[in-house]
Design a protein around this ligand. Sequence first.
Ligand code: GTP
Ligand code: SPV
Ligand code: MN
Length: 605
Amino acid sequence: MTATLTHTHHAPSNADDSVVAWVETIAELTQPEKIVWCDGSEQERQRMLDDSVEAGTLIRLNPAKRPNSYLARSHPSDVARVESRTFICSESEDDAGPTNNWAPPAEMRATLDGLLEGAMRGRTMYVVPFSMGPVGSPLARLGVQVTDSPYVVISTGTMTRMGADALAQIGPDTEWVPAVHSVGAPLQPGEEDVAWPCNDTKYIVHYPESREIWSYGSAYGGNAILAKKAFALRIASMIGEEEGWLAAHMLLVKVTNPRGRSFHVAAGFPSACGKTNFAMLRPSLPGWKVETIGDDIAWMAPGPDGRLRAINPEAGFFGVAPGTGYSTNPTAVEMLASNTIFTNVALTDDGDVWWEGLTGEPPAHLTDWQGRDWTPDSESPAAHPNARFTVAADQCHAIADTWDDPAGVPIDAIIFGGRRATNVPLVAQARDWEHGVYMGATLASERTAAAEGTLGELRRDPFAMLPFSGTHMADHWQHWLNVGEQLNQSAGAPQIFQVNWFRRGEDGRFLWPGFSENSRVLAWITERVEGRVDAEDSTFGLVPKDDSIDWAAAGVSPEDWEALFEIDSAAVGAEAEDADDFLESMGPKVPAAVVRQHSEFRSRL
Ligand code: GTP
Ligand code: SPV
Ligand code: MN
């Protein structure tokens, strides 16, 4: 037991016994060379950044161009979430539902024990306590991740409230989520490390009953920064279903109209479908202001006043770099001017970063995301399509001063959206909460580079949660219906909407200019919430009447405006049939209300 003594020796004196005991168990299994408890201090972060530069995991960018910023290049096999390797291992397969991978928990534990035995040999195991949500907020939750990846520690330091303050919140009776992470690349004595250690075998595993997370083989994003998708969406959706609140893959914004009235809006779009852009929207509409609260995850709970209150459980942004430029998201470009970790973007010859869409003209020469020479004639993109930036929320100039209010903000509108070249109109309002839940349940979107799979392929992504629900998807829908029952319409319960910025004309071009012009749609949404504008009933829901959106000012032609709402009965009918199959595939738990809404949709066609 000498190993155990060495391990506990370095635990902070206030660390709860439950945390210390768990850390020891994992250390005995994974056999790290040493254990470091992270305190979340600036000095600690700087030391880890310096060590990572030394180790070759990070490249320090030119401080004159990009102060205190770094580039990481992942292994080419470790560039995105791996949905095919993500498991919900509930005792009963039915609790994971038809959309999740499942394996019997005992079997999975044996597999992972085998893989993790000695997996941290020759490496440091970092103990990373964190709070999702402002430390001490009634809506916040605690977790502790152990990891052998310094990159993951640094990232978690940006994405969460990490360190001593979070650890101090954990007492003998505190619930906290244990998360084990290893890149799965033990080092033999004297063996030299690589820049991005990982393993071809990958597992991202969740045990609902014990609320544990185990991740092996990847150091990338949601696979490895377990506070994010694994905890704040998958585990949180399990906890939320028990406790009566919602974990949502949604951005949060505060919108203020020219009359000075503010609204809070949550919007759920699938991965790489524009949440960060919308969260940092710079309105083209004069007099309107949009401020950022979150860009990826919202936790929303009904309050005693019958309103839905939301927090952003994160403390930073892990956003898609390609497509982020002055013309699309100037707020993000400014936010990334310093103090940022970039992953899989290109390096310029003067030590700065570049990616497709940052500027109109690419530089004449770059080093691509795999470290190879690149010129505008190169066949492949300079940045990986899922290249990302990691940056603290307070780097964003548009951050709302209430973004970290421990009480959260009251939600006035909820929006669902996806990438849809056809069928789905620019905007539609749900007739009521039940109709809104139907919109969320049948959401579909074209695949992006944020996960493995065929780009552009249309797939159902209910509530933008397909890869992130920790429970049976149909139970998730029922839960949304139940939460709706807790809300009070006359007290200002949220109205639900659906948007689509991605509809294309026959010539393939986007019919809607998007980005800053999305403010016109957002303004209409708030005006509907206020009851200031009339709407027209349609197959999809309530759509703008007359010219209540000034589309001409957005540069849209009358023909394109019409095409944005056009209903091709044959195509929409085929989609409704596909929805039949989809609902069928979800099994007998599909709520009656969703089935009712679907037949209502069909009869309106
Ligand atoms: P995750 O972080 O993966 O959950 O995704 P996200 O939803 O935050 O994605 P993000 O905002 O980074 O999406 C980026 C992609 O969406 C880029 O390719 C953008 O160019 C594109 N995009 C965002 N807004 C619009 C829009 O209004 N119109 C069009 N055409 N594209 C948009
Ligand atoms: C997503 O894919 O929805 C993300 C990125 O936000 S990751 O954290 O890697 O899942
Ligand atoms: Mn996301």
